[in-house]
Design a protein around this ligand. Structure first.
Ligand SMILES: [Zn+2]
Length: 196
């Protein structure tokens, strides 16, 4: 059983690939990542996914260990079944430190569960709750660059708005205000946007 959803697992693969974006030397490998992200949003079909996967896997294998690892992650982004365990023979733990902040951002703290939830009707409201939802949506959609990072300034505004509507969850507020990189699948944004 996976601890996180297939959507989050695919977004994690995409975040890891984007973390090494400049080292993905082939356009088809980058395309596999983009299509994986589109698939998550319902903007690409399983046929698009398969085509991107076939294109990417037909390219020359990167000769370096690191390049090869990133290339395999790009394949995973566009594969029908997202399975990061195939990376184990590539000594994935060796890279765990580099990826740990992405894993934490998406999976959250497994030892601390928050019960806080965004009011379900926020999406249609025109008050501060609706504003917080809209700003969270913008933060999710409008990323800053190829590395897939969300705009931390927007997340700070979301945190302030949540406080204004009565959110007192320290973990939620602290996470939104943490200066590190946040990516699509960020556990707090997912809570706000009611994504799993
Ligand atoms: Zn985050």
């Amino acid at each position: 059983m996976n601890l996180i959803s297939d959507r989050k697992l695919r977004l994690l693969a995409c975040a890891i690939a984007r973390n090494g974006w400049n080292e993905l030397y082939d356009r088809a490998h980058r395309r596999a990542v983009e299509i994986g992200e589109d698939y998550v949003e319902g903007l690409a079909t399983t046929l698009d996914l398969r085509a991107a996967y076939n294109d990417a896997t037909a390219k020359k294998i990167d000769p370096t260990t690191r390049g090869r690892m990133l290339m395999y992650i790009a394949f995973i982004c566009a594969s029908a079944d997202v399975d990061l365990s195939v990376l184990l023979p590539l000594r994935m733990p060796f890279y765990y430190n580099e990826w740990s902040h992405l894993i934490r951002d998406i999976a959250g703290n497994p030892f601390r569960k928050t019960n806080w939830n965004m009011p379900a009707d926020s999406v249609v409201r025109s008050d501060l709750s609706g504003l917080a939802y809209g700003m969270a949506r913008e933060a999710y959609e409008l990323r800053k660059g190829d590395n897939g990072a969300l705009d931390n300034e927007r997340l700070l505004v979301v945190a302030d708005l949540l406080e204004d509507i009565g959110c007192e969850d320290v973990d939620v507020l602290k996470h939104l205000r943490s200066p590190g990189i946040h990516v699509r699948g960020c556990w707090v944004l997912d809570r706000i946007l009611r994504k799993v």
